[in-house]
Design a protein around this ligand. Sequence first.
Ligand SMILES: NC(=O)c1ccc[n+]([C@@H]2O[C@H](COP(=O)([O-])OP(=O)(O)OC[C@H]3O[C@@H](n4cnc5c(N)ncnc54)[C@H](O)[C@@H]3O)[C@@H](O)[C@H]2O)c1
Length: 441
Amino acid sequence: MAHIDQSRRRLLKQTASIGLFTILPSGLLSAAPNSRLQTAHVGVGGMGAADLRSVSSHASVAVFGLCDVDQARLKIANELHSAAKTYSDYREMISELGDQIDAVVVSTPDHTHAPAAMTALNAGKPVYCQKPLTHTVFEARQLRKMAKKAGVPTQMGVQGHSGAIYRKAVKIVQSGVLGPVSEVHAWSFKNWGDDRTELPSAEQAPANLDWNRWLGSAVERDFAPSIYHPREWRKQVDFGTGTLGDMGIHIFDTPYTALQLGSPLTVKTTCRNPTGIGHPEKNRVEYIFPGTKYTTTTLRWTWSDGDFAPPTPKRLGLPEDFELPNQGSYFVGERGSMLLPHIAEPRLFPADAFVDYKMPSVEDGNHYHQWVDACLGKGQTSADFSYAGALTEALLLGVVANRFPGVELQWNARSGKVTNVPAANELLRDNYRGGFAVDNL
Ligand SMILES: NC(=O)c1ccc[n+]([C@@H]2O[C@H](COP(=O)([O-])OP(=O)(O)OC[C@H]3O[C@@H](n4cnc5c(N)ncnc54)[C@H](O)[C@@H]3O)[C@@H](O)[C@H]2O)c1
């Protein structure tokens, strides 16, 4: 079987076991640039099916392991990759396949991202993990730390990050043509919230679904249809991260990179009171970030979702009849503004001032293949866990703030604590269910 050769695999293992893993892997991997990469995939339905297709479209990838807690979804993936071994427990897959796999793709609901990704990192495997990187701030910090320690290529699934539109927008902002940016407005019409105040009655999970493994490390909960699996878990605080976690991470991604932001100073949400069940159906989240070389002294960043989106054109200083896209962001600079519709070309305002402006030329990239290439020792990933962990942390603080509507949370990044609302710190970490503990989490 053609894959990363055994001697190199043995060497990787030896260096890992004597603690040299942090400095050696990329050099070692480049020693075998034409090797195949054998992958294992956790979650192969929904976006997992798209991830499987995109990763395996790389000529050097051989799919070796498939894992899903839904047998119907696993069967479909297995029909496409019949040589792969199938599992319903990712821990078994990673441990049993061991040296036969080189890298792991995680495409499960948010609450399982960190447990699965950390299991892979603990085994020294490179990881591609869907967005947002984690369900909690603690997990984001731990994944970031352990990925650095493992020294393996990682990538978060914000595929637009490597695309031409994103790269062009970053270049425009960093060219200084807008002047220092004072505000960013970001929004999505989507509503991954749930305002119900009671959980539906329990039902038997379908025979094809292993409900206990779907829950994994999360809280104990009875199965009910149409609220968790598939997709709907996004709306529930114990499993998903609402619209901010789902769409905010894509839309925040460009301003976060372009303005070289770090940790916010404060976060405040306007939304309904918490129910303990679902995320609010509409949120407005206001962040203040410390200034950078691309911003004014501080940067105000406002997120609106559900019925709060899009903001009124007037609020952005645009003519009242201006039609805003239903998802996107708007950068307000001292010399001009940029509208960046989600996955569409940026536009500069006031239009008259930019008639002679020549848009920068950029290359389009393939986010998935970038990760595969990095695993094979060619180049680097652009949204590794160091970047993704910081972006996810900022975003999740907004999700925490929606449990304290109207209260401005003060964040101390160094201590990793909300300094003025002790109860908010209880929400920075999940208590893992018995039997689902993972080292380093
Ligand atoms: N990057 C993007 O554009 C994009 C788009 C959609 C979804 N996503 C992300 O992809 C992830 C999945 O979202 P989705 O909409 O596909 O959800 P989904 O519920 O439709 O699919 C999740 C899949 O994972 C499986 N699964 C659940 N728990 C598992 C476990 N413990 N082990 C193995 N398999 C498990 C499910 O059976 C299902 O096949 C989320 O993190 C989401 O944010 C990203």
